[in-house]
Structures are given as structure tokens and as C-alpha cells.
Design a binder for this molecule. Structure first.
Ligand SMILES: Cc1cc2nc3c(=O)[nH]c(=O)nc-3n(C[C@H](O)[C@H](O)[C@H](O)COP(=O)(O)OP(=O)(O)OC[C@H]3O[C@@H](n4cnc5c(N)ncnc54)[C@H](O)[C@@H]3O)c2cc1C
Length: 333
């Protein structure tokens, strides 16, 4: 019986949220296929109690290839290990997150095991009869959704946009095995050495995980004007993001870009100013809990998705909001 695998990721000894998001996708697929859902982690040193959360979030089994040589992500080594597991255990499907790790690792593995791979999927399903994975993703600049099948090669492989699904609720009554697998020396590619890691510039590491994101678009007019959005983000305990237009103009760096060709975010609050709400930008914010938009054009598309809309000149509205928040804070003290 071939299983559904999802690839877990960790950072500084903590499982990343994408690990749980993938399990909610994988659970549906495994149930449709009437098979097991396994979560796989290639790393070292994570305790069973940490790994158990994967079972509490939907996995039937957890496999960890546990070796200090897997601590730092080196695609040559990681793909050797994963490709070997695929050849040995023949999973039906492997899902990884479309993070920089997943996006780098999965093509290497797909080539090594001669399988197809669909990147950046937003929907997944199983086709009745054929049991093929139906892999849906935006195509042609986000104007259509394409469903892709890979009928001739196995396993079925896809990467899934982070934040495009929510993790399952924690169920501490779920039980399952945690198995540690030793890494084989032959899979270690000693040609590549990680000499060090440089942290992201301030605030960026968290944009996909932030509870509050404040974004600006072309309506901000110039880079310096982002200081008022930075103040707003600071007041709300959030981080800064922007549209592709803002990034293309050099007002923000690329890791700040939100949308189809940038990050997908799912904050509790997404607040934006001078953003029109193009289909490509909306692709990156649609799972936000609350969307608040400031735009001077009452017909701007962003108001179609906003929970709260402020029609007005952002250069008047944003400083007003900042002043109000400042005043509230002073009253609170
Ligand atoms: C393949 C492809 C991928 C893409 N990927 C992305 C992506 O990942 N992310 C992304 O964002 N875009 C992406 N785009 C670009 C996208 O199509 C839009 O061009 C872009 O999102 C528009 O950015 P914007 O809202 O900043 O600018 P605009 O659409 O020009 O909107 C500016 C808005 O500011 C408002 N405004 C102006 N002055 C003021 C003021 N003083 N006060 C209040 N409001 C004001 C205007 O009314 C307007 O609505 C992609 C496009 C393609 C073709």
C-alpha cells in the first residue's frame, strides 16, 4: 500500500507551521485513497514530544531521518536521502511546501526518481478511478486556474503554497508511530559546505507568519513615504509588505512582495494603502482574516475583498490612524 507523504520543515528546533498546513492537505488525499498519511522530516535532534505534534495535526506516522549532516539544508545531500526513501518505500504522493527549501529540493528529487512535479499548487484532489493527483495552480499570470495530472510517472509530486490552507485543530488523542531512520554515508555530498547563515533584514523573516501585515502599493508615490506605513506597522506590532509595483520601483526589497510572484500571507490583519487589488496581488492575501484597505478610488478592486474600506487620500488617512493609535496608547498608560 503506498502512502501519502508530506515533508515537514523545522527552524531552530521548532516545526514550521507549513508542516501542519501540508498535513491538512495530505489528510484529505490519504482518506480519499484509503491509505496512511506520513510526515517526513530530514534534520536532527528533534525530540519525540516535538514530532508528536505532527500526529496530533493529522499524520498517522512520522519518519525522521536523524543526522547532524541534515541540520543545514544542502540540496545535494537532502535530495539524495529523499530520493533513496522514495525508491525504497514507493509513496503514492509527496507534498512539500513551496518554501525556498521545498522549491529547491523537490525538482532535484523529481529528476532523481524520474517523476513529474507541479509547483505552487493552491488546490489538490484525487481523481476518481485513476487515483491520480489533481494539481491545481494559477497559470497565465494568475488569470486561469490550471489542473495538471501526471499519469505516467510516480510518485505524484507537488509543492503547495504556504498559507493556502489552515492546519487541522490539535487533537491530542491521536496516536501514531515515530520512526527514526539512520542516514547512509553514501548520501552525504561533501562537496558542499555551509559556511554560515545571514539573517534576513529586520522584520522580513516573519512576513509569512506575521499576525499583522501593513502593505503599500504604487499609490505610496515614493520610498520615503513608506515611513508612515512602518510607523503604522510598529504601532500594530506588524511587518511591512508591498505590491509588485512597489518592489519593481525599488521602494521595498523583493522578499517584501506579496502576491502571485511573491509571498502568500495569512495574517489576522492585512492593512493596505495605495493598493488597487490586482488579481495577482489578491492571490497572496485571500486567506487573511481581516482586510482593511485605504484607497482614494471608490471603485478600486481591493474594496471587493476588504472587510473594512476607507475611501480617501492615504496621505491624510494614514497619519490620522497613526495619531489615533498613539493617543490610545498614551491613554492606556
Ligand atoms: C505574471 C504576473 C505576476 C504578478 N505578480 C504580482 C505579485 O506577486 N504581487 C503584486 O502585487 N502584483 C503582481 N503583479 C502585478 C499586478 O498585475 C499589478 O500590476 C500590481 O499588483 C499593481 O500594484 P499596485 O496596486 O501597487 O498599483 P496600481 O494598480 O497602480 O494601484 C495603485 C492604487 O493606488 C491608489 N492611490 C493612488 N494615490 C492614492 C492616494 N493618494 N491615496 C489613496 N490611494 C491612492 C490608486 O487609486 C490605485 O488603486 C503581477 C503581474 C503579472 C503579469
Amino acid at each position: 500500500m503506498s502512502y501519502v507523504w508530506t515533508l515537514a520543515e523545522q527552524s531552530h528546533g521548532r516545526l514550521r507551521d507549513v508542516s501542519f498546513e501540508l498535513l491538512s492537505r495530505g489528510r484529505i488525499l490519504a482518506d480519499k485513497l484509503d491509505t496512511k498519511l506520513c510526515s517526513l522530516l530530514l534534520s536532527s535532534g528533534l525530540a519525540d514530544e516535538t514530532l508528536r505534534e505532527l500526529i496530533h495535526r493529522g499524520a498517522d506516522e512520522v519518519y525522521m531521518v536523524d543526522d547532524p549532516r541534515l541540520d543545514k539544508f544542502v540540496v545535494e545531500t537532502h535530495s539524495n536521502v529523499l530520493a533513496d526513501l522514495v525508491r525504497r518505500y514507493k509513496p503514492h504522493t509527496i507534498l512539500a511546501a513551496a518554501t525556498s527549501t521545498g522549491r529547491t529540493l523537490m525538482p532535484h528529487v523529481a529528476i532523481k526518481v524520474t517523476a513529474g512535479l507541479t509547483a505552487d499548487c493552491t488546490e489538490l484532489d484525487i481523481e476518481e478511478g485513476t487515483r491520480l493527483l489533481l494539481q491545481t495552480r494559477p497559470a497565465i499570470g494568475g488569470n486561469i486556474m490550471a489542473t495538471i495530472k501526471s499519469p505516467h510517472h510516480w510518485p505524484q509530486m507537488a509543492t503547495v503554497r504556504p498559507k493556502s490552507s489552515r492546519p487541522l485543530a490539535l487533537d491530542t488523542t491521536r496516536v501514531g508511530n515515530i520512526t527514526r531512520i539512520a542516514m547512509q554515508d553514501v548520501h552525504h555530498d561533501a562537496r558542499v559546505k555551509v559556511l554560515g547563515l545571514r539573517p534576513y533584514e529586520e522584520g522580513l523573516a516573519g512576513i509569512e507568519e506575521a499576525d499583522v501585515v501593513v502593505a503599500g502599493g504604487k499609490g505610496m508615490k515614493k520610498a520615503d513615504n513608506f515611513s508612515m506605513l512602518r510607523d503604522l506597522a510598529k504601532q500594530l506590532g506588524g511587518v511591512i509588505g508591498g505590491t509588485r509595483d512597489a518592489v519593481d520601483r525599488g521602494w521595498l526589497s523583493y522578499p517584501h512582495q506579496i502576491g502571485l510572484s511573491g509571498k502568500t500571507i495569512s495574517p489576522k490583519l492585512y492593512m493596505c494603502a495605495g493598493v488597487s487589488g490586482s488579481i495577482q496581488h489578491l492571490a497572496g492575501i485571500k486567506t487573511s482574516e481581516y482586510i482593511v484597505a485605504i484607497n482614494q478610488d471608490p471603485d478600486a478592486n481591493i474594496f471587493q475583498v476588504a472587510d473594512f474600506g476607507i475611501v480617501g487620500n492615504l496621505f491624510e488617512v494614514v497619519p490620522l490612524i497613526n495619531a489615533k493609535l498613539e493617543a490610545y496608547k498614551k491613554e492606556d498608560k
